[in-house]
Design a protein around this ligand. Structure first.
Ligand SMILES: Cc1ncc(COP(=O)(O)O)c(C=O)c1O
Length: 385
């Protein structure tokens, strides 16, 4: 193709968020606005709260902050960390690095356990890091590291953190709502996610929830740390009357309610199975095409896949060829720039979309200099369906 037929309006969002949004969610947001200090809105917020809980298997309340996912990360650190606290940040990619940056703003006693891009954080490494830093009060981790497409072993790490007597904060921004997250059973003390990933709502909402142990810690943290993200204030307002301390992102909340209804209709277990299957199908196509994955085997993300450009492939030509066929893929961040491309398989992505992704990837790889029998990747997907 020489001319670009697909425009920004019709190009499919294959990036790992913001993702394609279900038409019902778009329609729900296009609703007449009403006051948020009304019983009408309080009912909507409390329906969101109740529908959200089963998506992460928690009995705790969930708060919907007006901001992107990073606001939730900021809220976790600002509420749980005093200047005197030692925080161990586990990092295996760009988003783990972001939490390190946030943590440094709140304590000078920040320590990190970092892994090479593509590697997962291993529970035994966490054990050693905690032994070396026995005064640690909080451990943070990224469940699904979107920059490398690694799914870190959260339940196993959580056990070690709790044996040590520390709290665990988990960035579940690209796992929750698509992959399995069991907040209470796994012992996540502070949960963070965001609207524009597996929950399938436009960007602008951060989701947070926390355990009783985390709430107790918050009580003791100096309250002059932060105002806008004071979660005890959120909790107090919500428990009194399903209110929020500040004006909530009303239209996004309408969209969230619709998306959570869609998730309930699909069933969370079915949704998790679908995301896992789509990840598996896409990876099988990459293997068939002779494309290596960045993530270490056994720790593959179910919601995003990072693939290494084969030798001789021109990354710019590849990305442009994807766009020419109407697919917006993501590149690599930092040192992974021009080494990988990433496609998200979240929210509305089903077999039709994966077949489409793989067809486009085949086209783009051939345009960019990789040789193989056309249809090889698509064939692998079809065989796995
Ligand atoms: C794992 C993870 N953490 C944090 C973020 C940052 O979220 P936001 O861009 O919504 O602030 C992202 C965004 O892609 C992410 O994937």
């Amino acid at each position: 193709m020489t001319e670009r037929f697909y425009t920004e309006e019709t190009t499919f969002l294959g990036i790992p968020g913001p993702v394609e949004v279900h038409p019902r969610v778009m329609q729900a947001m296009n609703k007449h606005l009403y006051g948020h200090r009304t019983d009408h809105f309080r009912e909507i917020i409390s329906e969101c709260g109740e529908l959200f809980k089963p998506t992460i298997q928690t009995a705790q309340e969930v708060y919907f902050l007006a901001g992107s996912g990073s606001l939730g990360l900021h809220a976790g650190i600002s509420n749980l960390v005093d200047r005197s606290d030692t925080v161990l940040n586990l990092s295996s990619g760009k988003f783990g690095e972001r939490v390190i940056e946030i943590t440094k703003r709140f304590t000078d006693r920040q320590v990190s356990l970092t892994k090479e891009y593509g590697q997962a954080i291993k529970p035994e490494d966490v054990k050693v890091a905690l032994e070396n830093n026995p005064e640690t009060t909080l451990v943070t981790m990224t469940h699904n590291e979107t920059s490398t497409s690694v799914l870190n072993p959260l339940p196993e790490i959580s056990r070690i953190v709790h044996d040590h007597g520390a709290l665990l904060m988990a960035d579940c921004i690209t796992s929750a709502g698509g992959d399995e997250v069991r907040m209470d059973e796994w012992g996540i003390d502070f949960f963070v996610s965001g609207s524009q990933k597996c929950y399938g709502v436009p960007a602008g909402l951060a989701f947070v929830s926390f355990s009783e142990a985390a709430a107790q810690k918050m009580e003791g943290v100096s309250r002059d740390q932060d105002y806008y993200t004071d979660l005890l204030m959120f909790r107090e307002k919500y428990s009194k009357n399903h209110d929020t301390p500040f004006t909530p992102a009303v239209s996004l909340i309408y969209g969230l309610r619709e998306s959570l209804r869609i998730i309930e209709e699909e069933g969370m277990e079915n949704r998790i199975a679908r995301h896992r299957k789509m990840g598996k199908l896409y990876r099988s196509a990459m293997r068939a095409l002779g494309v290596d994955l960045l993530a270490e085997e056994g720790y593959y993300s179910n919601t995003v896949t990072a693939s290494l450009f084969p030798d001789g492939v021109d990354p710019k030509r590849f990305m442009q060829a994807c766009l020419d066929l109407g697919l917006l893929a993501a590149g690599g961040q930092g040192s992974l720039k021009n080494r990988i491309w990433r496609l998200g398989h979240m929210n509305v992505v089903g077999p039709r979309e994966v077949l489409g992704f793989v067809s486009v990837v085949e086209y783009a790889l051939r345009k960019a200099g990789h040789e193989f029998e056309p249809g090889t990747g698509v064939g692998a997907v079809l065989k796995g369906l």
